[in-house]
Design a binder for this molecule. Structure first.
Ligand code: ADP
Ligand code: MG
Length: 762
């Protein structure tokens, strides 16, 4: 119980703890509710409160030209940097910091550091390098030593007018070492007036001296000094309008400061913070902002996921009518990982809400079978299933696999391809429309566009290595509210999966079927090409088959296509005249592709020369060696997918990464990763590290939210925390309907409502 007293003017002052408990700040209106002689105090959440917020929000939208010292020209430059209004400015974070807390004696200047020092000019004149390049050079001295300052590309007349011996200044710049000589190129200068002392100069400019100063990303025509001044204005004038949305108790429990404090600390770091932490974005202020960004995103995903759970869907029953017999037909047992994932899927299917699950499994982990088992559950319940593959070849391969099992079980399957003609096509469409086709297999495009189902109950989307935005909406329009299962062969690092697919349930097939030996991978430089050929020859002599892969950046790139074609000819004529060689590339007709694949599978070809069309899902266990030409040109996930084509049988397999030798740093890293591991998740993580999230995902439509500060690599633990916090919060307040969370909800809708299609909860 808190005790308060009434002062002489009938006023009550609430203790700080009480304000904290109310979540109120100075200036907030409070509400007094009286009943049965008791008075209950609560924050006022009425029009007045939201009016305040509206005003605050509006203030953050203030255009930069209205900031003191910003004219039309400067505001144009800022706009080029993406800074149009105050909010943009607050979130334009310094990309590094300089330690200007103390003046260094010149003797103590450290090469590689940006230092601040003072000294007297002892000489200043134009000079030139041995190569004839002209530059301006000045020598500056203090009691301890002297240092050389240099300017290239400067105006000599101007420099000579300014740089007079005897003048004293404060200089700031990065120190470099050339032999015994330390130099500072293009330093910033503050001149001392006659009789002025250094401390006065420093004190007069607290934005640029005596502290750790921020270094902002600039654009041409914009200087750090100007930028710092503008930012100072913005921070001083507008920080009070930044709203704190995340409850302070919550932040306190994680020892994170609020947004206002964090933004201040980032733009004007306090004296005691570590420079490295600032430069690496690891201060509590950085962490707090990252948390804020992750939290709202995860809250949105959590709400979205809940929304799906509230919708009505089909509650399937597991009758085992087909699944048991299939299990008996299989020549092997399901792996523990397959069984676990399958039971997760079955649980979802039995629930009366639409399933929305992502199954991740490395190449060869046996996703097709899991998908088929799920399909059988739907069929057992009298529903149809659509299985969508990313390419024609894969759709056909799925169809062959599935058709084989299904015909034994008495289930009808239909393959839909883009190339299907007239009567055959009409027949298939009719079967799908009247429900007699139980499982329909085709490419994404074919199934989405043209087909009408009688009773679609389950959609299975094989994404392979693409991160497409899930096409749930399109499938829903096909009638019932089908369950959706998405399969991806690209292992996605956990942090990324949480960010991208956080509204889906996630299953991971994390083990390969037994009896697989890891593929032995080696980098070969061009000089060892003939050795690579020997290995191919040796494998084929043992009755095995080989792939030779050629890079094809675009399937339409004629020159690469020519290279692959020529390679096939060269191998056939000059290298392996005794062997049977086939060529597969993306510009062949579907029939030709299938014919070639068919003969390779039937062991009528020894070597398949292929472009990357091969990478997805092709399954020929007898192929035991793969040579990848120009391996440095491929991305890591692509290399991993390609390599997954071998090592599918019991025999030991090898993968040779051929490369001309001049490797870029990243190229070398990629190939080394391939040599060191077969584990798709480790490869994915390395890939994410080498490329960063944006590139890792490849496309703009990758679905990756654009965080301004947060970084899923650096801030992985914060992401976990934010996700947990967001999901916990919804657990207690499923629709964010309590007055305490009204703020959160509004802000969430503002930030991500459209993007996450959360309008329904508004
Ligand atoms: P992916 O996950 O890459 O799609 P597939 O479903 O194509 O993998 O399976 C790869 C190979 O492993 C296939 O030949 C399949 O028949 C086989 N397979 C699947 N599950 C098992 C298992 N439990 N035991 C042994 N082999 C299996
Ligand atoms: Mg597959």
């Amino acid at each position: 119980m808190l005790r308060v007293t009434i002062d002489n003017e009938d006023r009550i002052t609430l203790p700080v703890e009480a304000l904290k408990a109310l979540g109120a700040r100075a200036g907030d209106p409070l509400e007094l509710e009286m009943s049965e002689g008791k008075v209950v105090v609560s924050p006022l959440r009425t029009a007045l409160g939201s009016l305040k917020e509206t005003i605050a929000r509006k203030n953050l939208q203030t255009q930069m030209q209205f900031i003191k010292g910003v004219g039309p020209k400067l505001s144009e430059l800022l706009a080029k940097r993406g800074v149009k209004n105050v909010e943009d400015a607050l979130y334009l974070l310094p990309h590094r910091y300089e330690d200007r807390r103390e003046l260094r004696p010149i003797a103590g200047l450290r090469p590689g550091f940006t230092e601040v020092f003072t000294g007297r000019v002892v000489s200043a004149e134009m000079s030139s390098t041995k190569g004839g390049r002209r530059f301006f050079e000045a020598m500056v001295t203090d009691d301890s030593a002297s240092v050389v300052l240099k300017w290239f590309n400067c105006n000599p007349t101007f420099m000579k007018r300014i740089w007079k011996t005897g003048k004293i200044g404060v200089f700031t710049g990065e120190v470099s070492q050339f032999g015994y000589q330390r130099e500072v190129h293009h330093p910033d200068v503050e001149w001392l007036a006659e009789g002025q002392n250094v401390q006065e100069v420093l004190a007069a400019d607290p934005v640029n001296f005596g502290r750790i100063v921020p270094v902002y990303p600039l654009t041409e025509g914009l200087s750090q000094k100007v930028m710092r001044k503008v930012m100072r204005e913005v921070v001083d004038g507008f920080l009070p309008y930044v709203q704190e949305f995340i409850p302070s108790t919550l932040l306190a429990s994680m020892r994170l400061p609020g947004l206002r404090q964090s933004l201040r600390d980032i733009h004007m770091p306090s004296q005691d913070v570590k420079l490295e932490d600032l430069n690496e974005g690891r201060t509590t202020a950085h962490r707090a902002i990252a948390f804020d960004e992750f939290f709202f995103w995860e809250l949105g995903l959590a709400l979205k996921k809940r929304g799906v759970m509230l919708e009505e869907g089909i509650a399937f029953q597991v009758t085992h009518r087909y699944t048991k017999p299939l299990a008996r037909l299989l020549p092997f047992e399901l792996t523990a990982a397959q069984r676990r994932v399958l039971s997760e899927i079955k649980n979802d299917m039995m629930a009366p809400h639409p399933m929305h699950r992502l199954v991740q499994g490395d190449v060869g982990s046996g996703k097709t079978l899991v998908a088929l088992m799920a399909a059988l559950v739907a069929v057992e319940n009298g529903y149809q299933v659509a299985i969508m593959a990313p390419t024609e070849i894969l759709a056909e391969q799925h169809w062959h696999t599935i058709h084989r099992w299904c015909s034994d079980l008495g289930i009808s399957t239909v393959l839909m391809t883009a190339g299907m003609k007239g009567k055959q096509k009409a027949e298939s469409l009719a079967k799908i429309a009247d429900g007699s086709a139980q499982i329909v297999i085709g490419t994404h495009a074919v199934i989405q566009e043209k087909v009408e189902f009688a009773r679609l109950g389950l959609g299975i989307i094989d994404e392979q290595h693409r991160f497409g935005v899930l096409q749930r909406g399109i499938l829903r329009k096909k009638g019932c509210d089908p369950d959706i299962l998405v399969m991806t062969a690209t292992p996605i690092p956990r942090t990324l999966a949480m960010t991208l697919f956080g509204d889906l349930s996630l299953s991971v097939i994390d083990a390969l079927p037994p009896g697989r030996t890891p593929v032995e991978t080696r980098i070969f430089f061009e000089s060892r090409r003939s050795q690579a050929y020997d290995i191919i020859r040796a494998e084929i002599a043992q009755g095995h088959q080989a792939y030779v892969i050629y890079p094809l950046v675009e399937e339409t790139e004629k020159s690469d296509l020519k290279a692959a074609t020529q390679m096939a000819e060269h191998l056939e004529k000059d290298i392996f005249p005794e062997l049977r060689i086939g060529l597969l590339h993306g510009r062949m007709s579907p029939e030709d592709k299938e014919a070639i694949m068919g003969s390779f599978k039937a062991c009528e070809l020894d070597i398949l020369v292929a472009t990357t069309v091969i990478e997805v899902g092709i399954d020929v266990p007898n192929a035991t060696v793969m040579v990848i030409e120009h391996a440095e040109r491929f991305g890591l996930s692509q290399l991993h997918q390609l390599r997954g084509r071998v090592g599918r049988g019991v025999a030991k397999s090898r993968c040779i990464l051929l490369t001309p030798g001049r490797l870029s740093e990243d190229g070398e890293k990629r190939l080394k990763v391939m040599e060191s591991t077969n584990d798709g998740f480790r490869i994915a993580e390395a890939d994410l590290e080498i490329r960063g999230p944006g590139d890792f995902l490849g496309t703009r439509q990758s679905g990756m939210p654009d965080f301004r500060v947060a970084n899923i690599l650096r801030d992985a633990s914060i992401l976990e925390q934010a996700r947990q916090t967001a999901f916990d919060l919804l657990e207690h307040d499923p629709e964010l309907s309590s007055p305490d969370n009204a703020n959160l909800r509004e802000e969430l809708l503002r930030r991500w409502g459209q993007r996450l299609e959360l309008a329904a909860i508004a």
